[in-house]
Design a protein around this ligand. Structure first.
Ligand code: GLN
Length: 403
């Protein structure tokens, strides 16, 4: 829909970087309209994970599947901001921006061995960011280390008169101490995140990381986020409903693609949208319009909003009980090969894969995915830290300690 489109103004985050002298090298590939978890559904084709070419991985694959083509080994970069992650991971740039509505910055960070930071909702302006779910979207930051994230966040954070949801109070610079004492910290491990789909490697890494905090003197306790199991379906209803209304602006009249049909305005709208959107986007528009039908609105959309509040309150209760930071996996497993990802039921699978990241967006909290270790295949695995709203500085400080 927006292929070749050049916006007439810069997003606030872009302008702020330019104002500080940053060199913007280009735009990166992603899933169409940021809908996805693999960066496999973009208009420019799938993003390749640079780790597909790591020596150790190639060696392992050679032993496993003799005679398979190189393409069969190509790994997904995660998504939806997979192009940004691939660009940083391949050392083509210092940092990249992504968007994060349900995990799209943290997920590719985990798959590409990077720091992927989702700020508190309202800390960084969304002006110029194409909306997916307005109440959950945030610009995200991808870097190779936490200090780099803090540098970029320092430039981006703060009030923007063009985004009324941004913080009013002036934001202090993000200075991360080089030495942190974690022995006064209480780290929560949400028991509901121990899902059966979690790979054994991620699972053991998760408990190893918890042990690391414990041996440094932190208190590590099991906590409960009781509404976790509703988060995927709740996100789905809210996301598709907002998509249905957000996508209405792409009608072929104002900007972007326009089809050649000129029988009637309605026929032009329909053909433009059929040609301009892929089936993921069209599917979400359809679902969303179904949930928003007069007879369904109360039962789906309004109910999902109530469930969202319960999910957000779970986090508030945990933090009010004295927990400083939550430690969770970021993804169910390391990156999988592209051909595996697009096989079977890709949509359901990728929707379920967002289990650890989506609730954070519904609650507006800051979270960061940290590269934790390499799997036995030599691929990066990420772990996620979640903080209290607007405690981004503390979150990054703990992340830096972990690094
Ligand atoms: N995977 C989720 C989705 O497809 C999240 C996407 C995002 O954060 N942009 O909706």
């Amino acid at each position: 829909m927006l292929k070749g489109y050049i916006p007439p103004f810069n997003a606030t985050v872009v302008q702020k970087l330019l104002d500080q002298g940053a060199l913007l090298m280009g735009k990166t590939n992603l899933d169409e309209f940021a809908m996805g978890s693999g960066s496999t559904d973009g208009v420019f084709g799938p993003v390749k994970n640079p780790w597909s070419y790591s020596k150790q991985y190639r060696e392992k694959r050679r032993q496993k599947a003799q005679g398979e083509s190189e393409a069969a080994d190509c790994l997904i970069a995660g998504g939806s901001s997979g192009g940004s992650a691939a660009a940083v991971s391949a050392f083509t740039c210092f940092a990249a921006l992504g968007s994060d509505t349900g995990g799209s910055t943290r997920n590719p960070a985990a798959h590409c061995g990077l720091v992927g930071f989702k700020p508190s909702y309202g800390l960084v302006s969304r002006h110029g960011l194409i909306p997916l779910v307005n109440s959950m979207d945030v610009p995200g930051i991808l870097t190779r280390c936490v200090d780099d994230t803090a540098i970029v966040l320092g430039v981006l954070a703060g009030h923007d008169p063009k985004d009324s949801t941004t913080v009013q109070d002036p934001v202090k610079p993000f200075m991360l101490p080089s030495l942190t004492d974690v022995n006064k910290l209480c780290i929560g491990i949400p028991k509901e995140y121990l899902v059966p789909e979690l790979s054994s490697e991620v699972r053991s890494l998760w408990s190893k990381a918890a042990g690391l905090f414990e041996s440094a003197g932190a208190k590590v306790i099991e906590v409960s986020l009781p509404h976790t199991s509703y988060s995927i379906v709740c996100y789905h209803v809210l996301c598709t409903s907002e998509v249905a209304s957000n996508m209405a602006r792409f009608d072929g009249l104002e900007y972007g693609h326009r089809c050649d049909i000129n029988v009637s305005t309605e026929a032009m709208y329909a053909a433009t949208r059929r040609e301009g959107f892929n089936d993921v986007v069209r599917g979400r528009i359809l679902s969303g319009n179904f949930f928003l039908l007069k007879e369904n609105y109360e039962n789906y959309f309004v109910k999902a909003q109530k469930v969202r509040r319960l999910i957000a309150n779970d986090f508030v209760n945990i933090f009010n009980s004295g927990v400083d930071i939550l430690l969770t996996p970021t993804t169910l497993s390391e990156a999988v090969p592209y051909l595996e990802f697009i096989k079977e039921d890709n949509r359901t699978r990728s929707a379920q894969g967002d289990i650890f990241t989506q609730a954070v967006n519904m609650a507006g909290l800051p979270a960061v995915s940290m590269p934790a270790a390499l799997s036995h295949q030599g691929l990066p695995i990420g772990l996620q830290f979640i903080g209290r709203a607007f405690c981004d500085q503390k979150l990054l400080t703990v992340a830096k300690w972990f690094e």
